[in-house]
Design a protein. Structure first.
Length: 154
């Protein structure tokens, strides 16, 4: 028997609405996953930047070893009291102070400016030097007090 146009059935409006609802929930899930991925990428980039910056300062102190051993790169208070504001502009001829200030400006540019980005440098007479960086990672979904400490003998 042949069926006519009256017996042909199409998709109802309710079925279309259910399909659109399921599709929209899936798209919202993908958007949320993309936001999480971007936050994780930013956090990872900040950690990598911190390692590169700390290693750069240690390399700079290796080049100027005598000044580093004399403590000219040290921050006031050592590792226990990181400084968060840029130091004063050094007098002419103060290479270590000038480089430390420039490096700290790079740290604040890379990890975020303000009171949440702090550094501490401590180098002893035996040329054992430590560089500590602290920054706020809440914008990227991380903890507010991220820190990294690199120690090396020059």
């Amino acid at each position: 028997m042949r069926q006519g146009p009256r017996d042909a059935r199409g998709v109802s409006l309710i079925e279309i609405l259910v399909a659109v609802l399921i599709l929209s929930v899936g798209v919202l899930g993908l958007a949320a996953m993309q936001v999480r991925s971007m936050r994780a990428t930013i956090s990872s980039e900040q950690k990598t930047q911190a390692v590169v910056l700390a290693q750069y300062l240690l390399d700079l102190m290796r080049v100027d070893r005598s000044s580093a051993v004399q403590g000219l790169y040290n921050t006031a208070g050592g590792l226990a009291a990181p400084i968060c504001a840029l130091p004063a502009v050094p007098a002419a001829g103060a290479f270590a102070s000038s480089e430390l200030r420039g490096w700290m400006a790079s740290v604040q540019a890379g990890l975020g400016p303000g009171a949440s980005t702090c550094v501490a440098v401590d180098c002893d007479a035996l040329a054992l030097c430590s560089v500590r960086l602290k920054w706020d990672d809440t914008a990227a979904g991380g903890l507010p007090d991220q820190s990294l400490t690199l120690t090396s003998r020059l």
